[in-house]
Design a protein around this ligand. Structure first.
Ligand code: MV4
Length: 479
């Protein structure tokens, strides 16, 4: 593999190219018209404009990207996350054109893209699942009977949905039919697929996911868990590894289950198996993400591997040369997603110009960043600026360092989620490790940030007053 094209933008494009360069592989960036001056374009050895700003006219244009790849004699395409990363047709198109797609085979992408197909596939692999139905519901009275057996509340889920889209809680028997009708029509409208199924509703779960890596020779490893319960409307905000609540025994069990999920679909490359963990530490398989995830750096830090390097090696057909028993957790890593969103104003995108943009630096701080001072943030894409990652020997150390790093991250021109990150890291529930997926809903309100804003304003006012008084003194000196 001599040349790699990264079919993505922002921090992930740069992060992938960083490892490619380390491995002596030439890099090609693609970019939209609005990204002409973006960092990922400057970072690459070659760069090609692939169309206008809207994603469906640029970063989602698989055929155009293949055309560029062929004309520049590219050997492999890394899709990053989002965009084409879980597009089975694109994976197939790469193969058909003799280009390596850095990811699993299209069949695994397709199967895991459907929750019902995924359930079907992992059957017989000894994977714990939430009690519920494993086929699309066609007979509503029959489904109601099953719901009664499971016990309310139950959850209706769309097979095609992702990230919580198309989910509905049903509290009691009386509302079952109307909710079912609505769920089916919503799923049909949103995904063109009205298949829904039901599960027992797990009330206060944690979201725990396991990082896996599989080669073409039958080796599958897991790189422990990430705790991703701190999320807001299915958007993760803070992630960490390891989880504060897993025991070595449970970690081993969940890791083995994740490996089995990967085996069930002949997985190749980096993948993530998502689980719910209930209050009694029972875990249940939710779905598998067939890509490198945003939050992969926390797993890299505690396991000491470069996951992109392993992705590339596996894609070249090499055998994984690590053994599961050689992998050990070292320390604790925390990640904050820094978005150009206003936490005071319902996290609305706060796009504009980065008048000041200074990153924190230092030991045990990693910033996977996609922007620089003076740049405009385009309105067309996800407004994530960077990921701020800290490491410590203990969870407490990683949290303390995160607070310091947030203080030393200076942004002016747009609002960011940095103050929200500080709120999380200072919260007792977070610090104690005693939280679930309801953390943000339960504890956060903008007024809790206001206080900090006021403190900052107060300090700024005091400094201004002091300067003013000093200036006055200077002015009077000649007398
Ligand atoms: C659940 C659940 C409770 N019970 N399934 C949300 C996204 C999708 N991947 C699965 N999700 C959930 N499935 C049962 N049977 C609660 C959630 C859920 C959730 C899961 C992970 C992270 C954040 C979440 C926020 C709300 C609901």
């Amino acid at each position: 593999m001599k040349k790699l094209l990264v079919a993505n933008r922002g921090e992930i494009a740069i992060r992938v190219m960083r490892t490619a360069k380390k491995m002596g592989i030439k890099t090609v960036a693609v970019f939209s018209e609005v990204d002409r001056n973006a960092l990922h374009v400057k970072y690459a050895d070659e760069a090609v404009c692939i169309g206008p700003a809207p994603s469906n006219e640029s970063y989602l244009k698989g055929d155009k990207i293949i055309e560029v790849a062929k004309s520049l004699h590219v050997d492999a395409i890394h899709p990053g996350y989002g965009f084409l990363s879980e597009n089975a047709d694109f994976a197939e198109l790469c193969e058909a054109n003799g280009i390596i797609f850095i990811g699993p085979r299209s069949k695994a992408i397709k199967v895991m893209g459907s929750k019902l197909a995924a359930k079907e596939t992992v059957k017989g692999y000894n994977i714990p699942m939430v009690p519920g139905t494993d086929e699309a519901i066609t007979d509503i009275p029959k489904a109601k009977k099953i719901a009664k057996e499971i016990g309310f509340p139950i959850l209706i889920k769309a097979s095609a949905g992702g990230g919580g889209k198309g989910m509905r809680i049903v509290e009691n028997e009386a509302e079952f039919e109307s909710q079912m009708d609505r769920a089916i029509s919503e799923a049909t409208n949103a995904f063109g697929d009205g298949s829904v199924f039901i599960e027992k509703y797990v009330g206060s779960p944690r979201h725990i996911e396991i990082q896996v890596m599989a080669d073409m020779h039958g080796n599958v490893l897991h790189f422990f868990e990430r705790e991703c319960s701190v999320q807001r409307r299915h958007q993760k905000v803070v992630e960490e590894a390891p989880s504060a609540v897993l025991t070595p025994e449970l970690r081993e069990k969940m890791g083995q289950a994740a490996i089995n999920v990967a085996r069930s679909c002949d997985y190749i490359g980096a993948g993530t198996v998502e689980f719910l963990l209930d209050e009694n530490l029972n875990f249940y398989f939710l779905e598998m993400n067939t890509r490198l995830q945003v939050e992969h750096p926390v797993s890299e830090w505690i396991s000491g591997v470069d996951l992109v390097e392993l992705q590339i090696k596996v894609a070249r057909g090499e055998e994984l040369d690590i053994k599961q028993e050689d992998l050990k957790i070292n320390g604790h890593a925390l990640e904050l997603r820094v978005y150009a969103e206003d936490p005071m104003n319902d996290f609305l995108p706060s796009v504009g110009n980065l008048e000041v943009y200074q990153l924190p630096e230092g030991d045990n701080i990693r910033v996977d960043n996609g922007f620089e001072e003076g740049m405009d943030i385009p309105i067309y894409y996800d407004p994530m600026l960077s990921k701020l990652i800290t490491y410590g020997n203990t969870r407490e150390e990683a949290i303390e360092l995160m607070l310091k790093a947030i203080e030393n991250y200076h942004v002016r021109g747009v609002e960011t989620t940095l103050p929200f990150g500080r709120f999380v890291c200072e919260h007792d529930a977070f610090k104690s490790g005693n939280f679930d997926t309801h953390f943000v809903k339960k504890y956060y309100s903008p007024s809790l940030l206001e206080k900090q804003h006021k403190n900052e304003a107060e300090i700024a006012a005091k400094i201004a007053l002091k300067r003013y008084l000093e200036d006055q003194k200077l002015l009077r000196l000649p007398n």
